[in-house]
Each structure stands twice: as structure tokens, then as C-alpha cells.
Ligand binder design. Structure first.
Ligand SMILES: NC(=O)c1ccc[n+]([C@@H]2O[C@H](COP(=O)([O-])OP(=O)(O)OC[C@H]3O[C@@H](n4cnc5c(N)ncnc54)[C@H](OP(=O)(O)O)[C@@H]3O)[C@@H](O)[C@H]2O)c1
Length: 292
């Protein structure tokens, strides 16, 4: 057991995206500390092969509404309490793609999966006085891929007149990095509101940017002319184990709620993420996505 991680025996930890990258490291650290590990994976046989028989693998593609609902129902049926939820599964999609439910993929996977698990596991989370960690990205504070000069360009989220989340990140004018950043901004925005709702039961909801980490996701972001140098680029980045550290700390160490961290530094997010009207509209639109 890592000396920094408290004893988690008897604790239930749900970690999404545990089959690769940072999620695998987060899951390993929590399991090493004694937690009962649960994950949701779109290829459960492959996931069981990677994670071993002691991990409870629930089948589900987290970009799909029905799969999120079913996975949450299975987890809530098996575990009276959930003590840790790390919404880590995510992706960056270079082209405009719709989920099976007609929602742009960043919105579906990088936001709605986290919202769905936080709300559909509400009972077990409240009973477990859970620590929820959403793995976000500091692209929400600056959507520029090259940042040598000029002012940061935060992600935007304007829900005025939006009647469905299917309207966000449309094909017209699609910029992948901005679409990804908007989804992460949505996760942080909803997280602030849910943190307030869940606080009376001792649940904390925080978000973290893990740093720039050498995982498969990064390969998608390397422009084609630089692809031959992928190996070199990756060596300059944090390792998945290093990237996992802040999420593990937030999931296990006592601390506040409704905060966003750039690695270990508490950091501001765009003002819109704190706007009560935007938060309430986002919760309502997300709720209707899961109830229609
Ligand atoms: N890498 C970075 O520099 C960086 C920076 C900021 C934030 N992040 C965030 O960190 C988190 C982890 O990213 P990573 O870099 O570790 O990525 P990664 O290596 O690509 O791992 C992504 C994980 O998510 C799972 N996943 C993807 N689509 C899924 C789906 N539809 N249903 C269920 N699971 C799905 C993958 O499972 P499969 O095995 O099925 O593919 C995999 O386990 C993401 O939220 C990402 O946005 C990463």
C-alpha cells in the first residue's frame, strides 16, 4: 500500500476508464489501498483481462444513455454505499461525431456520463458520504492548443435558448479542442451545483486537471506532421502514474467540496461555471436527457 493513500479496506470505489491511461493507475492505487474496485467498461472481457478477477466490471459504453442508466442501476443494486466515484473516462474526438443518442460525443462521454453516474448513484453516494472526483481538463480555461503568446481563451457555455444538449457542439464550425473543453466546462459547472446539493450528506464533488499526461488520448492531439515524433513528445509528458496522483489524493484525503484543481493547485474556472442560471439550466437539460 502506498504510504500516502489511507487504508480503504471495506470501501467501494467506482472508477471509470480504468482499462488504460490514468484511470488504470487510479484504480490500481485505490485497489492497493484495499478498496473494492468497480468499473464500467465497453469491452468487459478485455477489461477483466487487464484488471484481474477481483475487480467488478460492469458492462457499458459510457457515451450511451441506456448503458449509463443500466450500469448505475447494477452498481446501486450491488452496493448499498459507494465511497469513491472517479469519473475519469473521456476522449478527444478529432471529427464531429454523434453518440447513439444523437448527442455530440464530447458532450456524451466527457460530460453526460459523469452527470449520469453522479445523479443515478445518488443514494449509494449519499449513504457512503462519498468523495466524487471528476477528471476535467484545463483546456476549459484556455482552448488554444498553442499558447506561446496572447491571452487565454476560455471555453464558452451559452445555454440561452438551448432546449436540448443535442444542440451543443454542432457540426457547423466544429473545433475539436473547443468542443472537448466545453464538455469539461459542463462537468465542472454541473459539479459545482451537485456539490452544494450533496453537501448536507457529507458528499464532496471536486474536479481536477491531471496535467499533460502520456496516454493514448494525447496521440489524438498530436498534429499529423508531428506524428513520427510521438514517442519523443510522450517522453516529455507526465507518466500516467504521475497524472493519477492528484485524482487519488482528492478521492482519499479529507478536504472541501466544489473546487477545481490544476494538479494540486486550487484554480479558478470561467465565471459562467459559477452562474446559478447556467448551472440550473444545465442540470435541467441533463436530467431531461436521462428521463426522456
Ligand atoms: N492525457 C492527458 O494529458 C489529459 C489531460 C487532461 C485531462 N485528461 C482527462 O483524463 C481522463 C483520462 O484520460 P487518459 O488520458 O487516461 O485517456 P485514455 O488513455 O485514452 O483512457 C481513456 C479511458 O476511457 C475509457 N473510455 C473511452 N471511451 C469510453 C466509452 N465510450 N465507454 C466507457 N469507457 C470509455 C477507455 O476505455 P477503452 O479501454 O474501452 O478504450 C479508457 O479506459 C479523460 O477524462 C481525459 O479527458 C487527460
Amino acid at each position: 500500500m502506498s504510504p500516502a493513500t489511507p487504508d480503504l479496506r471495506g470501501r467501494v470505489a467506482v472508477v471509470t476508464g480504468a482499462t488504460g491511461g490514468m484511470g488504470r493507475e487510479i484504480a490500481a492505487r485505490l485497489a492497493e489501498a484495499g478498496a473494492r474496485l468497480v468499473t464500467v467498461a465497453r469491452d468487459p472481457v478485455r477489461a477483466a483481462g487487464i484488471l484481474g478477477p477481483e475487480v467488478d466490471v460492469v458492462s457499458g459504453d459510457l457515451s450511451r444513455r441506456d448503458d449509463v442508466l443500466r450500469a448505475a442501476e447494477i452498481i446501486a443494486g450491488r452496493y448499498e454505499q459507494v465511497h469513491i466515484l472517479v469519473n475519469n473516462a473521456g476522449g478527444h474526438f478529432a471529427r464531429h461525431r454523434l453518440s447513439a443518442d444523437g448527442v455530440e460525443m464530447h458532450v456524451a462521454l466527457d460530460y453526460l456520463a459523469a452527470f449520469g453516474l453522479m445523479t443515478r448513484l445518488e443514494g449509494p453516494l449519499r449513504r457512503g458520504r462519498a468523495r466524487v472526483v471528476n477528471v476535467a481538463s484545463d483546456t476549459l480555461n484556455d482552448t488554444r492548443q498553442i499558447t506561446v503568446a496572447g491571452r487565454p481563451r476560455p471555453a464558452t457555455l451559452d445555454l440561452a435558448g438551448v432546449d436540448s444538449l443535442a444542440r451543443l457542439n454542432p457540426a457547423a464550425g466544429f473545433v475539436p479542442f473547443e468542443a472537448y473543453a466545453r464538455a469539461k466546462l459542463m462537468t465542472v459547472t454541473a459539479g459545482y451545483a451537485l456539490a452544494r446539493d450533496l453537501a448536507p450528506d457529507g458528499v464532496t464533488v471536486n474536479a481536477v486537471h491531471p496535467g499533460i499526461v502520456s496516454t493514448d488520448l494525447i496521440d489524438d492531439l498530436v498534429p499529423p506532421p508531428l506524428r513520427p515524433f510521438r514517442g519523443l513528445i510522450r517522453r516529455t509528458l507526465l507518466t500516467p502514474a504521475q497524472g493519477a496522483e492528484p485524482a487519488v489524493r482528492l478521492a482519499t484525503a479529507p478536504g472541501g467540496t466544489g473546487k477545481y484543481f490544476n494538479r494540486d493547485a486550487e484554480t479558478a474556472t470561467p465565471p459562467v461555471s459559477h452562474d446559478p442560471a447556467t448551472q440550473q439550466r444545465l442540470l435541467a437539460l441533463s436530467e431531461s436527457h436521462f428521463t426522456r
